[in-house]
Design a protein around this ligand. Sequence first.
Ligand SMILES: [Mg+2]
Length: 213
Amino acid sequence: MRGLPCTTPERKARSTLPTRVVIAEDEAIIRLDLKETLEEEGYDVVGETGRGDEAVDLVKEHQPDIAILDIKMPGLDGLSAAREIAGERRAAVLILTAFSQRDLIEQARDAGALAYLVKPFQRSELIPAVEVALGVFKEMKALHEQAASLEEQLETRKIVDRAKGQIMDAHGLSEHEAFGFIQKRAMQERQTMKAVAERVIAGQLAPEPKPSA
Ligand SMILES: [Mg+2]
């Protein structure tokens, strides 16, 4: 999925409440494996189902931090479920897709998925993907205050991601620091993050160089 951060954001401090997860996957073995892996890693699986329509209901009922959705499921496909969940900004969405359906990844992004995993995936790939989705969701919430529609937010995110990448490359900042720079300047100058990001891309704005040691 283009435009998504390629680095793993800092893990949530474990002193806070555990991250709450809803899982929707119609293959029982994969669902069980997901649940066990997540619980071993300290996540709280608050709901699980093999149906897409039930996934939407579980998210409304339990208000998790993240929903992990398979694409092909009875009841409602994962892309439609993602659209409902992401459209109302109820939770971060991570999409699971079979290798044969990887052409659906673009559609998944348009549906509001913030990360994806291609099955069969390694245990070691799951947690970074979950954390990426959670990190982007947090940024999306911040962007939402400035952009009304999901479409506008996705557009803003693309531009902010580009600016972040530029700052990271040119100034050796982490992704988190680069986002922080854009967010802070937007607040200071009472501009949207999109406007600040556009100035960064145009070369009109850059962070102060880091003092050399
Ligand atoms: Mg399936």
